[in-house]
Design a protein around this ligand. Sequence first.
Ligand code: GLU
Length: 307
Amino acid sequence: METIKLEKQKSQDETAARRNYLRERIKDKKRIVVKIGSSSLQHPETGDLDYTKLDVLVRELCDMRNRGKDVVLVTSGAIAVGKKAVHIKDINHLDEDNPIAVKQACAAIGQARLMMTYQKIFAEYNQVAAQILMTKNTIVDNLNRYNAHNTFSELFKLGAIPIVNENDTVATYEIEIGDNDTLSAIVAALVGADLLILLSDIDGLYTDDPRTNTEAKFIEVVEELTDELMDMGKATTGSSVGTGGMNTKLIAAQIATSSNIDMIIANSKDIKVLHRILDGNNIGTLFAGTEKKYFDLPEFVEKMNNY
Ligand code: GLU
């Protein structure tokens, strides 16, 4: 009995030591991609932008720049903001022949509005923001990928903060990535980031959906994305606003960790978690990057199935 207890204690100590090591190394990350979803940027009651949250987000990112880090923001919200601007509640239930065109038009309106808001707040903190809109082709096509990579590199040299979204105004299912969880991991891999933070409406990964199963346990660290874990992700659903559920977050983790990038899922209800994470605190679920010898990003993106 005593031996079993000792063994259990030993393994708990080892787990804690490993976790502390992984958290400690977050402090040294140099190039960080932060993703925020539509539901985290809106007031749930009205669907209007939550300026207080946006302000805190931008301040945190500017402060990361001031710490000498390269920073990329992947932000959703184009469609949600556009819908709001032209008073559309639910695109899928519109009496329209081409709801995709309506969605794309909303994205065109909303992306400009969203960027205007970001530009204003970034300027208040003396930072230069830049917009990059991508589709699947940006990665799959060699010339496009090369160009995108060069643009990011140049923006880092200039000290600017790239703000990325999918190019929803032209992306139809053939060329769409489909959700910004996946997009942010692709961006992280493309720019050679060493940390990806997904700000979401949940605390991190659980053994089951905590909204329906009170027994669900929180997972602090994931070192291996097992098939069992990936299957578990497929069974969950996302919020009604964004596109990503746990499945897309696990696909993001697959891309990030295979590219030797640590990934953290954290709750966006307090965006100030960003600097606490960078200080090495144990917040959210951490997926540890692995030294995989070969990961073919364009091939992976080409084979991704969104429809
Ligand atoms: N690209 C979409 C938008 O900006 C959102 C995609 C997502 O929520 O993952 O509206």
